[in-house]
Ligand binder design. Structure first.
Ligand code: UTP
Length: 407
């Protein structure tokens, strides 16, 4: 894009400050900035002022397949799931494009060492969990890893240095998610350094589009993959491509499945699965009405009790059908390191602007059906969001040890 074109575009969006000092930039910096300007999705940037809550449809509880039933039918579910895996119908997608700002670890979150007497990296825990399944199945499962431009090189290098923790490298493919520009509270684009807009990964909701634009959807078709198990980087205890979960979803005839845990209290901060206008949906804890929060059924259990743990199963054809559907945009207040008009760095202690994200949990509502599949929290849910306290390295270590993992 030429400077003249960029000026015209920025002027029409009242963002001309971005070109301040343009003449002082070297040629590379000028080029970077112009190409960043070309890529801006103005619809996203200009949604700041319209920060209205999306009106929700009619919400009803959605029943899950619960642990007693799973225990009874475990063999049947597992056989079905193993047969899907052995027939090459299942792929795994690791979402590792986030910034992990709460943890504050330098480098990709998955490269954090949580061992005590030995090295034990987050990525290593995940691969070990996947290997438990592939060992039983007798086949490897293709693993697609989403990174962002901020952590891609470091992530790939880390896997190479660690020999993919024993997983065959030819079964692992990386793809890079898109970025979104960030703005200050008045909607003005921020610069993170001279000649570069402040950008951040655009949320985990864009994973399927990014998989597609990277060309990897062809790989999925070529391999005949019909199901994708998508999971977060930070839950070190989660079962990946769990045959019983896959089998239960297939046998239920559902288009998607979600691993869920029973909420420990009405106030627990997890999104819950429900039906919204008769389609599966996830309501975030902060969107729940008081009435929903404390609604009990005849058994004295919370009606909306199944919290999601970011481990989902999707049919590929259903994802493709909805690829162009728009996901709601989440505008999030964050601390965004940037420079001021004199190019002096600002390291904010408090949120100073907005980032824009779409979320995978909103994809559930695109599906015609979803099977909530209950898991035992202490065995499958140990997310690492912080160093200490709730959902932290400390709590995850405790749970790993309880599950027999040597740290
Ligand atoms: P989180 O919501 O915990 O975000 O991501 P985060 O970026 O890792 O951490 P904070 O909020 O900055 O502390 C849940 C999962 O979604 C992935 C993360 O890598 C994690 O596996 N994710 C998140 C992406 O892949 N891309 C994104 O843009 C955001």
């Amino acid at each position: 894009m030429t400077r003249e074109k960029a000026t015209e575009i920025l002027k029409s969006h009242d963002q001309l400050h971005v070109l301040q000092g343009f003449d002082r930039l070297n040629e590379d910096q000028q080029e970077t900035l112009l190409s960043q300007i070309e890529e801006i999705d103005w619809k996203v940037i200009e949604s700041v002022g319209e920060e209205t809550k999306n009106a929700r449809g009619e919400i009803k509880p959605l029943g899950a397949v619960e642990i007693p039933e799973i225990d009874e039918r475990r063999e049947e579910f597992t056989e079905e799931g193993l047969s899907e895996i052995r027939n090459g119908k299942v792929g795994a997608v690791l979402l590792a494009g986030g910034m992990g700002t709460r943890l504050g670890h330098q480098g990709p979150k998955g490269s954090l060492d949580i061992g005590k007497t030995r090295h034990l990296y987050i990525f290593e825990c995940l691969i070990a969990n996947l290997l438990e399944v592939t060992d039983v199945a007798g086949v490897y499962i293709p693993l697609y890893i989403m990174t962002s431009e901020k952590n891609h090189d470091d992530t790939v290098r880390f896997f190479e240095e660690e020999n993919y923790f024993g997983y065959p490298p030819e079964m692992v493919r990386f793809f890079i998610q898109d970025m979104a520009a960030a703005v200050d509270f008045s909607g003005k684009l921020l610069l993170e350094e001279p000649g570069r807009l402040a950008t951040s990964p655009n949320g985990n909701g864009g994973w399927f589009l990014s998989l597609h634009s990277s060309g990897l959807l062809d790989d999925i078709h070529d391999r005949g993959i019909e199901w994708l198990n998508v999971f977060a980087v930070d839950n070190v205890l989660q079962r990946i491509c769990d045959p019983a979960f896959i089998g239960a979803t297939v046998l239920a005839g559902a288009e998607s499945g979600s691993k869920v845990v029973k909420k420990v209290s009405p106030d627990e901060g997890v999104g819950v699965l429900c039906l919204e206008d008769d389609k599966p949906s996830i309501v975030e804890y902060y969107e729940m009405t008081e009435e929903m929060r404390v609604a009990y059924d005849d058994r004295g259990e919370l009606k909306y009790r199944f919290g999601v743990i970011l481990n989902y199963l999707f049919r590929v054809d259903a994802l493709e059908r909805h690829m162009q559907d728009e996901l709601s945009l989440h505008v999030v207040k964050k601390k965004i390191p940037c420079i001021d008009e004199n190019w002096q760095p600002i390291k904010p202690e408090e949120p100073n602007g907005y980032k824009f994200e779409t979320l995978i949990l909103d994809m559930i509502h695109m599906m015609d059906s979803n099977l909530p599949y209950e898991v035992v929290r202490e065995r499958e849910f140990a997310p690492i969001k912080n160093l200490h306290g709730v959902d932290s390295v400390d709590s995850a270590r405790e749970l790993l040890e309880k599950n027999g993992v040597t740290l």
